[in-house]
Design a protein. Structure first.
Length: 338
């Protein structure tokens, strides 16, 4: 599935830029007031925090009292317990069956990092028209966008991806309207999973607390003078039937390729805390193809379906989504060995 939008038109006069230090001071004050799980992005050599993130989006990853079994995926650096040295399979990656206690057993994703710590971001440097601080803010917000659409517990269990919609609510784009329309009444070519990962809560639950993540973001300035951030990230979910039925655990992999832009010049300069989402493409491994209802449907949700035939794909060696791919079932892989 893919979604591509146009580009804003450039003009001559850049608007004044927000002061990063003031934003950081406001963010620190907000964190001290709420004492909730901080939205802190461990990316590259620094920690990126903005006033908008803490003031407007801190509730995105706020663990709730009724979510003790499947708490929110961690946002800080992950625990290294049970993870081998780089390049060495973790103990749970051996040929054993997954369980509620070891949901990634037997998976290549077992040695992936937890949550957004698995997203590598290119080091922020001064580039044409943008300071290193501005680059850091935009790449940090892009990481948050990915987290809001693929790690937020409320989004994963099928609720409205409020924080994701907030970030893409650019005045020059109709992307938010498209996503809201897809959630309200999905159909072929208008599936909400093009943008965000959602599971039907009546069918499955995410086995917490970890979602395994691996991917990278890079950036450049395009010919129009826009700062563009792009990359591909894999999100691997461990799932069990809703209500704890049978204790079975299976996994699905969602691979997202995105491209966002941020403009300090042009007819529609990017407001603080917003991103122009120009490209959103997805490949899903282990889902029921043919359904376009806005949810990922792991195989366990339909145990009576006919046995799959044909080649079985290894999602970890499969290519990234094809640029400009048509929104059909070519990006759906029911037989992926996740």
């Amino acid at each position: 599935m893919s979604q591509t939008t146009g580009e804003p038109s450039p003009t001559e006069q850049p608007p004044p830029q927000p002061d990063w230090r003031e934003a950081e001071q406001a963010a620190q004050a907000e964190r001290a007031q709420h004492r909730r799980l901080p939205v802190i992005l461990q990316i590259g050599v620094g920690v990126v925090t903005t006033a908008l993130v803490t003031a407007g989006l801190h509730a995105l990853f706020d663990a709730r009292s009724d979510d003790t079994r499947h708490p929110v995926p961690p946002l800080a650096a992950p625990s290294t317990a049970g993870m081998g040295a780089p390049g060495t399979p973790a103990p749970s990656a051996t040929a054993e069956k997954p369980s509620l206690e070891h949901p990634f057993a037997g998976s290549k994703a077992a040695d992936y990092a937890d949550g957004i710590a698995g997203i590598t971001v290119a080091e922020a440097k001064d580039v044409q028209g943008y300071s290193a601080d501005q680059v850091r803010q935009v790449t940090g917000l892009t990481t948050l966008l990915l987290a809001a659409g693929n790690l937020d517990l409320a989004t994963l269990r099928g609720e409205t991806p409020t924080a994701f919609l907030t970030i893409v609510d650019h005045p020059g784009s109709d992307e938010r309207k498209k996503i809201e329309a897809a959630i309200a009444g999905s159909g072929a070519g208008h599936d909400a999973t093009t943008w965000v990962t959602r599971f039907d809560p009546a069918e499955v639950e995410v086995v917490g607390p970890a979602v395994k993540v691996k991917g990278a973001l890079d950036y450049h300035v395009d010919e129009h003078g826009y700062l563009v951030v792009n990359g591909t990230v894999d999100f691997v979910y461990a799932l069990t039937p809703a209500g704890g039925k049978g204790g079975r655990v299976d996994r699905s992999l969602v691979r997202r390729t995105i491209e966002v832009s941020y403009a300090t010049t042009g007819a529609l300069p990017t407001p603080e805390g917003k991103l122009w989402l120009q490209r959103s493409e997805v490949d899903v491994f282990n889902t029921s193809c043919g359904k376009h209802d806005g949810f990922v449907h792991p195989a366990m949700t339909n145990p009576d379906r006919p046995r799959l035939t044909g080649p079985t794909l290894d999602p970890y060696t499969s290519p990234s989504p094809t640029a400009g791919a048509a929104p059909d079932d070519s990006d759906c892989h029911p037989s992926g060995q996740v």
